[in-house]
Each structure stands twice: as structure tokens, then as C-alpha cells.
Design a protein around this ligand. Sequence first.
Ligand SMILES: Cc1ncc(COP(=O)(O)O)c(C=O)c1O
Length: 340
Amino acid sequence: MTKPTELDYATLGFSYTETPYNVRCHYREGSWGRLQISDDPYLPIHIASTALHYGQQAFEGLKAFRGKDGKVRIFRMDENARRLQRSAAYLEMAVPPMELFCSAVTEAVKNNIDYVPPYGSGGSLYIRPVLFGVGPTVGVRPSANYMLIVFVTPVGHYFRNGTRGIDVMVDRHHDRSGAFGTGAVKAGGNYASSLKSGIEAHKKGYDSVLYLDPTEHKYVDECGAANFFGIKNNTYVTPVSSSILPSITNMTLMTIAQDLGINVECRKIDFEGEIESFEECGACGTAAVIAPISSIYDPDNERHFTFKTIGDVTKLLYNTYHGIQSGELEDKHGWNTIVE
Ligand SMILES: Cc1ncc(COP(=O)(O)O)c(C=O)c1O
């Protein structure tokens, strides 16, 4: 296992680095058990478990940051707990109570605290809670038993050129979810569906895919594993759609924008009718952070749109967001949980 002092955060990227401990909790016979701290990165799992066969699984992604003051802060843990609860309910899984989720996440961070990257390194500790059905069934039905696990891994930048701006490509030929399917919950199956279009976009030299709504392929949905926003006339515009994952980063940026006197509009964005009019565009998410979009390519119409990177509004939002996470700006909405 790589020692924390041996990690190079500048080149780490968004990849898996093993850390010493993970946290596990079993749900059996209708109730959750005690949290267990494990040093084993492997799990024994039943060959007929619903997670393996029917994708009865959902996950979360959140981060902990080391501040200038040396303290470690977990960002918006309660919102991630709520989203996992919604995912669990949609997929007919046992719903982890808020306190259980928060203790599991906090224990995972505390037990691996040396792996929280230093302040100023550009790195953070990515926290990955996963909930899945472990009970055996052959018929398509929910499992009786579940497991919640949480592991952590130190990460750097998600996109190679993240801070300079990313190039994205519209894909009207693949959808990550159906219009009224699992797009709005964080089910692993959505990510399996997105692999093909992601790989194809990468092969063509693009950083990410811009998905349009799965019914008409007319309105902007989201940008790979991140929500989309556009800025014009001092207004932050972000799509409303039944098939996008409600991003906690996006929710945070909307609040920050309002605090800074920037207007916020949540509404449909007609790709062909409106995209050109944005002064700035970006992709936002826990992993992606706030990646300004430099260009969008629409292969079906052979059109190329370019945007300011990094524009003034995106920069202001980024600096405020980062300042709150690192403890340099006041956390007036109570988004951080200080671990130690
Ligand atoms: C499909 C998708 N959309 C948006 C996001 C951004 O969500 P959040 O800001 O909560 O990380 C993610 C990442 O979790 C994602 O996977």
C-alpha cells in the first residue's frame, strides 16, 4: 500500500489508491447491524445476490478536504445521505438511516485520516458509500439482505484539462437512462449504460459526453457524470429533467450564486435554440468539481460552439465553492462537518 507521504497529488488524477480501512454494515432480518471497520478490500458475496444479477445497487460520492487550518471537513454529507435514501427507495432496497450513513462516512474518514491530501495540493479524499443487495434470489425481486460499505481514496483532478476547460461532444445515439427510469437516482446501472458513449467520445478526443433528453434529444440533460450549467446576462441556467441526477454541487452553486447576486434559472435548455447564447458553460459535480466547458461539438449537425474559459462568473463560483470547502470562507449554510 502506498504511504500517504509517497503520493504525488499533482499527477494522481481520479483513480483508485488503496487506503488501510473500509467500513461495513449489514442489514439482516429487517434491521441494520453495527458498523464494522475492516482492513480487507475484498468482500465475500453470494453467487446469487441481487446486486450481481439485477443491478440492485446504488452509490454515493462525496469528499473530505484538509483546510488551511489543518482541520478535515466533509462536505454536504447529509445531502448525500438523503440522495442515497432516495436511490434505495427507488430500487426497493433497505433505506439506511441518516445517522448510520453519517457515522459510516465519518468513521471511514477518521480511520484513514492520513490519506486526506494536504491543503494546497489540489487533492481531496473521495468517499464512496455503496449499498447493494446481498441476498440470493433467482427471480427478479428485491433482496431481503443488504450491505452498506464505505471506502475512501485520495484523488486529484477528474479531467486532464479540468481547470483550463474541457471539450465535450453531444451524443444523440446513446442515453444514460430512460426519461422516467433511474436517471434521477445514483444507480450503478446508469454508469454501465454510459460507458460506451464515454469511451467513444474519448477516442474522438473529447473529455466528456453531453447527453440530451432521452425522449426528443432536444434539451440539454447532463454532461457525463456532472450536471450542466450555462451563464448569460448574470444568470446561472441549469436544466430541469426527469433523467438527470440532481447534483449536490449544482444545488450548492445555485445557493452560492444567489448569495452573490447572480440570478438562477432551473428550466429546460433547448440545445439547438439556446446553447450558442451562453457566455460561459460548465460541468459540475463532486468528482468534476467545476470544469469550465471550452467547446461543445455537435456531430449530427457538424457544429462547434466555443465558450470563455474560465469566465468571470464561473471563476467567482469556483473560488467561493472552494473557499467554503477549505474553511477559508465562512460556512454560513452549515455545509461542512468537521472531523478533526
Ligand atoms: C450522472 C451524474 N450527474 C451529476 C453528478 C454530480 O453530482 P454531485 O454534485 O452530487 O456529485 C454526478 C456525480 O455524482 C453524476 O454521476
